[in-house]
Design a protein around this ligand. Structure first.
Ligand code: ASP
Length: 490
């Protein structure tokens, strides 16, 4: 009896120790909401609000600072450990997963918003939104921007700015106003360009082999160091995340009035996101892998909390890496598939783009035809791929969908009031989608990955057994090259 109580106590203590950070973060979030709620009633000054958000600001900065070295180190070190065939296999399986899940998210968004129909024209009057000009974004140019950013002309510049094409209103010398297509750089890391550059670099390192080994080792060492730094930063989450949430609660005005008017819309989005995160994605995972998706999901707690706190899948990336490591996902899969997923695979955003734009159409009294529904599906997918992994990015790319439907850009300000909370939720779904994607690819490519390891081990054993000396081998190659040059010279 005593023994079993002891055992039970020990198990309980070990569970507590293992989940300490998660529990502290959860408790922190509850505290953040309480502090935010209480302080709201005291109507604090802007200065106080800034103090409340200060720890969160630092936490967010630290996470953001990890993103560039983490992406570069993980992609290069991950791909340099794989042969071309295996990386191709991982890549194609990941793309298959992204296409299936994003398409489903968009269709699901369209279905829930059409059935619930949360939008009616009176909402615009209640919120005091004036009629404005139709949104003006070129979907085709935005699509081309993806490619322009994928192949940056200067990789250093890509670390802090990205290419953007958009329309601006200009007045010519005769005082006539017209819109012009403008291209140029805007602030913000060009993650896509960095990812493409690092993928190519990793593949080339793996192809070159021995000669490029020092570079592979350098990136591997960087990866190990950054991972350790992330572990330290994660312990600041229980303070940083509640601070961010409390600050946001203090910044939003008309919380209850907005909640009443836009309640049904918020419910529609939450329902769609819930179905995507807890039914569709797990179902796809279980069909592809025959493993329990909910067990997997329970290991993502810390990443989900970070997404809820930061509203950014890029800032959550370091923590998601850590969770997947703990879940036993092959690091070669995570290092390659996770950063790419965080950039292009956004199920929550895709669902939101479709739902919110149809909601805006409903408020403008527009009944969408079948053709327009197809347009929404295509542009919402495009807008989610184009959205950066930062707070409220989806709101900006939604202009593409609104332009395609001929709706006013002004109407985005309608959902602005609830975007701070919906952004957190859709970011969490984005993170869940990316993480499950890694699990999916890990399981369906397991045989290949094991074969890869077996082959490397065989080669290693051969070298051990036959005592191949690389210094000797290098000398031999050099000698042969010299001979070759002499012959050519002669
Ligand atoms: N905040 C989201 C993310 O980082 C993007 C969005 O605004 O939908 O994943």
């Amino acid at each position: 009896m005593g023994m079993s109580t002891n055992k039970c106590g020990a198990r309980w203590t070990s569970w507590l120790t293992k989940n300490m950070l998660l529990l502290m973060t959860m408790a922190g979030i509850v505290m953040g909401v309480i502090i935010g709620g209480v302080l709201r009633n005291l109507e604090p000054s802007q200065e106080i609000v800034k103090y409340v958000g200060f720890p969160g600001e630092l936490f967010m900065n630290m996470l953001k600072a990890m993103v560039l070295p983490l992406i570069a180190a993980s992609i290069v070190s991950g791909l340099s450990q794989l042969d071309g065939k295996t990386s191709g296999r991982l890549g194609s399986r990941a793309v298959m997963y992204y296409v299936i899940t994003t398409t489903h998210a968009v269709i699901l968004g369209i279905i829930v918003v059409s059935i619930i129909h949360p939008g009616d024209p009176t909402i615009k009057q209640k919120m005091g939104i004036e009629e404005g000009a139709t949104a003006n974004e070129s979907a085709a140019q935005k699509f081309l921007d993806l490619f322009r950013n994928a192949f940056p002309e200067n990789i250093m510049r890509a670390t802090f700015s990205q290419y953007q094409t958009h329309y601006v209103n200009v007045t010519n010398s005769n005082g006539i106003q017209k819109t012009e297509l403008k291209t140029g750089y805007v602030d913000g890391m060009n993650v896509l360009g960095i990812i493409v550059f690092c993928i190519v670099m990793g593949l080339v390192i793996s192809k070159i082999g021995e000669e490029a080994k020092p570079l592979a080792n350098l990136f591997h060492a960087l990866d190990v160091v950054i991972t350790r730094m992330v572990m330290i930063i994660m312990w600041l989450g229980p303070i940083g995340i509640p601070s961010l949430i409390a600050q946001k609660m203090l910044e939003v005005s008309d919380l209850w009035q907005t909640a009443r008017v836009l309640g049904l819309f918020v419910f529609t989005v939450i329902l769609g996101l819930g179905i995507q995160a807890f039914i569709t994605l797990p179902l796809i995972y279980v069909i592809g892998t025959r493993h329990n998706p909910y067990k997997f999901l329970s290991g993502l707690g810390q990443a989900i909390m970070t997404a809820l706190g930061t509203s950014s899948s890029a800032a959550s990336l370091p923590v998601t890496f850590r969770c997947l490591n703990k879940l036993g996902i092959d690091p070669r899969v995570t290092k390659f598939v996770l950063p790419v997923g965080a950039m292009v695979n956004m199920d929550g955003t895709a669902l939101y783009e479709a739902t919110a734009s149809i909601f805006i159409a409903q408020m403008n009294g527009l009944d969408l035809s079948a053709g327009q529904i197809i347009t929404v599906s295509i542009t919402a997918t495009l807008a989610s791929i184009g959205a950066a992994s930062i707070p409220s990015a989806g709101l900006v790319t939604m202009l593409i969908v609104l332009t395609a439907l001929g709706l006013p850009a002004n109407d985005i300000s309608l959902i602005l009031a609830v975007d701070w909370v919906l952004d957190r939720l859709r970011t969490s779904v984005n993170v869940i989608g990316d993480a499950l994607g890694c699990g999916f690819v890990h399981h369906i490519c397991a045989d290949h990955l094991n074969a890869d390891v077996a082959e490397a081990e065989k080669a290693h054993a051969f070298v051990e057994a036959h005592g191949v000396n690389f210094d000797e081998l290098e000398k031999e190659i050099e000698q042969e090259n010299n001979n070759h040059k002499t012959i050519q010279h002669v």
